[in-house]
Ligand binder design. Structure first.
Ligand code: 26Q
Length: 817
């Protein structure tokens, strides 16, 4: 079709220049002789968008012709960050665009900085979806991603006087060139009302008469693959008032109220909930889940019916992936549409459901599992509640045949939890109805089998699979660390590693080469300078790039133990204070960097942020300390800030108490960027150790099997003197706010559930080991090279190939160039 217009869009720098100017004039509506960096960004983005649309279109035509089995990836969260650099790199035209901009008097990096950060998600799970979409596109899989188009992304973190405040992220304010509004792709989504039984063609049918109808409109976000023409679509749904709603009121003449009543329905897709247990059981959250799931499932069935006259082939053509339990109402929705609307009959529909769904959980604890109060579901989605009850009834009957009347076990495995608040256990629903269940690291997948879902594992061992998360090297090396990217390509003599990560291991052969060492250190130095400039611009603090840049950036959570880090920093400060000048000469200077958001209702996490600021103020203002130690908190950590911070880190910390981090993906990004890890043996770290060897990182802390006994000891556990000393310093007001910090200190000196006291000694030893190696720059650089060289297993390309083959049963479908 595009061929009919003017041939394909041309990608030489002259054509791109013309194209940018065209968009300056006709899209941004500015003079081509006078436009600023932001307008240049808008024009450039629209020029890239044209190319994405072309490829997206070709990809869909190709998929439609081939009609392969498609994967539908359902996730309530995607952390895409910025799109410009990533898109032009994946399209293979970054340099041409940079040239074109140069000729117009602009610099690519500066223009790219104008873009906002798309934060439609909370943290690990959401960034994982984004990395996986990149791999799915690059590996040519026929896929659609589905999600919600929140008007407000994750809150912006603003720090006032050391305290976190949340501000709305109205990210669409400046327009979004990366989406295509599809006003004609819309579905009605029903809520509330009642279910009636009717006799149709001699059969008993359930008819749901809804009380509220909302329209879901599609916004398509193209996801270009690297080194391929394939460009897949992330389809996000926005809520709009439906024309069918309130027809009655229009007819009865209450026009004004009918119009006013329409407002508010858009709210369904307005806000992303921060990851916080206290939001469980909220009606709006449930409405969001169903709204997104219903529109997606209707779209999937519509697409299937476009090319198939019956449902015989449905399970051979459709795979549905549940990214955690958040979209698991999709199960009941597929059943409803197949049984009530398509009239397939329960048994046939059930057989299909069991073949198409697969489920990934990102949770480690029972408390983390999602539950929906039955009363809420019964009012919002009465038909779905019936369906879930029916699924559960059949499941319980089947189970009784297998295990007899073991009521304890039956009640543990039931989808319905009978308790003070009767609820639906979403994970049980997902497990019962999926053909595969997996965790996000090996140890996590094992924990599922031995603890969280033990009963289910014993019943269906074949359903449980092991998967390890990964991150995309396109975003986390090529886009965010161009210096390292060129260096790797130079030493490997090829750019092929960008699609074939296994090639990175070739770096091992050069790990001791002095030439590589020199270049490697240079790249790190440039990245540290960039980060130091950012720190100064943001906080006014000047830091020395000769110091070790020690980073811990991730969501603030007690189990991630940012507090352990801060206690270690206080200890370091205290030691330096008490040293004579001779000893001070031997101190390895450090810049400690901490960043991350606390959920708005999570008081302890907010206190950790305040403590970090209080300690920073004391240390950074102490002229006695100088460059030996600095502490910075980076506010509003998000994907674009991560792209700056990670390449500039020497050391990164991953401190979760063993058994608490399902996987952890930040560590993989640092690893790829040649940053050494200081970590506990938890989640994916266990697999990182296997790849690069314990000698190339700094490990510490209690192991998984030691945790229960340590907890058992509780307050009687002996903790190091240094630990008691630093906690006392906080309690005694060395950093001010002693009353405010009291409850924080109590959490670690009472029950100390996350074992900070127990792990403090070995934490300090690991820190000392890192200092020792840092002095030996040759050794450090070698370890750094080996970290990057060993990071290949943690590319999301690997994870996706594994899912494609073992879970989804899909094949690459590569659109010809
Ligand atoms: C639940 C109810 C109401 C509102 C929000 C939520 C909610 C939202 C997001 C609950 C959990 C999440 C996100 C969880 C998450 O990011 N988990 C992390 O997933 C990563 C990718 O698999 C892992 O690497 C991390 O270990 C895991 O913590």
């Amino acid at each position: 079709m595009f061929g009919l217009l003017d041939g394909f869009l041309k990608n030489d720098s002259i054509s791109l220049q013309k194209d940018i100017l065209h968009h300056v004039a006709y899209t941004v509506a500015r003079s081509p002789f006078s436009f600023d960096d932001f307008e240049a960004y808008q024009a450039l983005a629209h020029s890239v968008r044209d190319r994405l649309i072309e490829r997206c279109h070709d990809t869909q035509i190709y998929f439609n012709n081939k009609d392969p089995k498609r994967l539908y990836f359902l996730s309530l969260e995607y952390l895409m960050g910025r799109s410009l650099s990533n898109s032009v790199i994946n399209l293979g035209i970054r340099d041409q665009y940079a040239d074109a901009l140069n000729q117009l008097g602009f610099e690519f990096e500066v223009v790219a900085e104008q873009e906002g950060d798309a934060a439609l998600g909370n943290g690990g799970l959401a960034r994982l979806s984004a990395c996986q979409m990149d791999s799915l596109a690059t590996l040519d899989y026929p896929v659609w991603g589905y999600g919600l188009r929140y008007q407000y992304g994750l809150f912006r973190q603003v720090i006032v006087d050391g305290f976190q405040h949340e501000q709305p992220d109205y990210w669409l304010n400046f327009g979004n060139p990366w989406e295509i509004e599809r006003v004609h792709v819309s579905y009605t989504v029903k809520f509330y009302g009642t279910v009636k039984e009717e006799l149709r063609n001699g059969e008993n049918c359930k008819v749901w008469e809804p009380g509220e109808i909302v329209e879901a409109v599609a916004y398509d976000n193209p996801i270009p693959g690297y080194g391929t023409r394939n460009t897949i679509t992330l389809r996000l749904w926005a809520a709009k008032p439906s024309d069918q709603q309130d027809m009655e009121s229009y007819n009865t003449g209450d026009y004004i109220n009918a119009v006013l009543n329409r407002h508010g329905l858009e709210n369904i897709s307005s806000i992303l909930y921060p990851d916080d247990r206290s939001y469980q059981g909220k009606e709006l959250r449930l409405k969001q889940q169903y709204f997104f799931v219903s529109a997606s499932v209707q779209d999937i069935i519509r697409r299937f019916k476009d090319t198939h006259s019956n449902f015989d082939e449905f399970p051979e053509k459709v795979a549905l992936q549940l990214n955690d339990t958040h979209p698991s109402l999709a199960i009941a929705e597929v059943m409803r549409l197949l049984v009530d609307v398509e009239h397939l009959g329960w048994d046939r529909a059930w057989d299909m459901v069991c073949k198409i769904f697969s489920f990934t959980t990102h949770t480690v604890s029972r408390e983390g599992l999602e539950k929906i109060p039955v009363d809420l579901l019964s009012s919002l989605l009465p038909r779905h509640l019936q369906i879930i009850y029916d699924i559960n009834f059949n499941f319980m009957e089947e189970l009784k045949k297998r295990i007899g009347l073991d009521y304890d076990r039956l009640s543990r495995m039931s989808i319905i939890e009978e308790g003070a608040v009767k609820s639906i256990r979403m994970a049980n629903l997902a497990i019962v109805c999926s053909h595969t269940v997996n965790g996000v690291s090996r140890v996590h997948s094992e924990l599922l089998k031995t603890r969280l879902f033990k009963d289910f594992y014993e019943h269906w061992p074949h359903k449980f699979h092991y998967k390890t998360n990964g991150v995309t090297q396109r975003r986390w090396i090529v886009v965010s660390n161009p210096g390292l990217s060129s260096l790797i390509s130079k030493w490997l003599g090829t750019e092929a590693w960008i699609r074939n990560i296994d090639l990175l291991t070739v770096l091992q052969e050069h790990a001791s080469d002095p030439d590589l060492h020199r270049e490697w250190k240079m790249v790190k130095k440039v990245n540290k300078m960039r980060l130091a400039e950012y720190i100064e611009a943001m906080s006014g603090l000047k830091v020395s790039i000769d110091a070790m840049f020690d980073v811990q950036t991730k969501r603030i959570h007690e189990y991630k133990r940012q507090l352990l880090n801060i206690l270690g920093i206080i200890h370091r400060y205290d030691c330096i204070k008490n040293m004579d000048s001779k000893d001070r000469k031997r101190v390895v200077p450090r810049v400690c960097i901490i960043g991350g958001k606390a959920a708005p209702g999570y008081e302890i996490a907010k206190k950790i942020i305040k403590l970090c600021y209080a300690v920073a103020e004391k240390i950074n203002d102490d002229s006695d300390i100088g460059d030996l130690l600095k502490l910075v908190f980076i506010p509003d950590y998000n994907v674009s800030v991560a792209e700056l911070v990670i390449p500039g880190a020497d050391l990164s910390q991953h401190l979760s108490t063993a058994g608490h981090e399902a996987s952890g993906t930040g560590s993989m990004k640092f690893l790829m960027n040649g940053c050494l890890l200081l970590a506990t043996e938890d989640g994916s770290t266990i697999e990182i150790i296997e790849e690069i060897g314990a000698d190339n990182m700094f490990l510490f802390g209690a192991k998984l099997h030691e945790v229960p006994a340590l907890r058992e000891e509780g307050p009687s556990l002996k903790v190091p003197l240094q630990f008691s000393r630093v906690v006392r310093m906080i309690r005694e007001g060395h950093f001010g706010y002693e009353d405010y910090f009291k409850s924080l200190c109590d959490t670690i000196e009472g029950r100390d559930h996350y074992l900070l006291g127990a792990d403090f000694g070995s934490y300090l030893e690991a820190q000392a080991a890192a200092d020792k190696v840092f002095v030996d720059q040759e050794k450090w650089t070698r370890m750094s090279i080996l970290s990057t060289a060993g990071s290949g297993r943690f590319s999301s390309d690997k994870t996706i190939e594994d899912y494609a083959e073992k879970t989804w049963g899909i094949q690459p479908c590569r659109c010809p160039l």
